[in-house]
Write a protein that binds this ligand. Structure first.
Ligand code: FE
Length: 241
């Protein structure tokens, strides 16, 4: 099982471009604010664990209440707790979550802080990327863009599943806006598309802690079930702006 990492020597993020990050983040922050997440998007330290947007059992049977309880109540909470410990008394103590991420991305000496800050952000975004009775057809405005980029919604889902399955070890599969183009990308460990200047639209957590209690090693079954039954296309459309 994967556990949150507070090691300052942990893996380092790549492809960092601070100007691109800030440009991408400006749009996402605005969208999260519109989506009712303004407190999270703009919160200054000390950082708080935002409430889940649904009950622990709301995503069952695709994701059990047991998995969600551990994932949110233990893993996500631990990232937030570690983040607060790492920023306490430092120059990062009064920065918003996104500013912490931007400040330490690409710095090997701050990898532990980056990992916990980014994982705090990633999980908040992941909960919003899912919803009870999700999946199905995307809203028309998003569907049109998906068809333009991938050919069909099915092809987009296939690419997302491929990214999720192709991520070696822990990480994330994302639908992003890169410039004016929709793309599917994957990131390892805590890394996120914002640091490469891309705007996240939705994500799927493929760390083992996201599915192992329910699916053991069958990552593909988890990913396909999420795409068919839980993915929140409306959230992706909001982020598209
Ligand atoms: Fe996770």
């Amino acid at each position: 099982m994967n556990t949150p990492d507070i090691n300052e020597n942990a893996s380092t993020p790549s492809n960092f471009n601070r100007r691109d990050f800030l440009a991408a983040f400006t749009g996402v922050a605005a969208t999260l604010a519109l989506g009712g997440f303004s407190r999270v998007a703009q919160a200054a330290a000390p950082h708080t664990l935002p409430p889940l947007p649904y009950a622990d059992s709301a995503l069952s049977p695709v994701i059990s209440a047991n998995t969600l309880g551990f994932h949110y109540g233990k893993h996500h909470k631990t990232y937030v707790d570690n983040l607060n410990k790492l920023v306490a008394g430092t120059e990062y103590a009064d920065l918003s979550l996104e500013k912490v991420i931007a400040a330490v991305a690409g710095r090997p000496d701050k990898a532990g802080l980056f990992n916990n800050a980014a994982q705090t952000w990633n999980h908040t975004f992941y909960w919003r990327s899912l919803r009870p009775n999700g999946g199905g057809e995307p809203p028309a405005a998003l569907k049109q863009k998906i068809e333009a980029a991938f050919g069909s919604v099915e092809a987009c889902k296939k690419e997302l599943a491929g990214a999720a399955m192709g991520q070696f070890g822990s990480g994330w599969a994302w639908l992003v806006l890169d410039g004016d183009k929709l793309k599917v990308v994957k990131t390892g460990n805590a890394e996120l598309p914002l640091t490469a200047g891309m705007k996240p639209l939705l994500t799927i957590d493929v760390w083992e802690h996201a599915y192992y209690l329910d699916y053991q090693n069958r990552r593909g079954d988890y990913v396909n079930a999420v795409l068919d039954k839980l993915i929140n296309w409306e959230f992706a459309l909001q982020n598209l702006g």
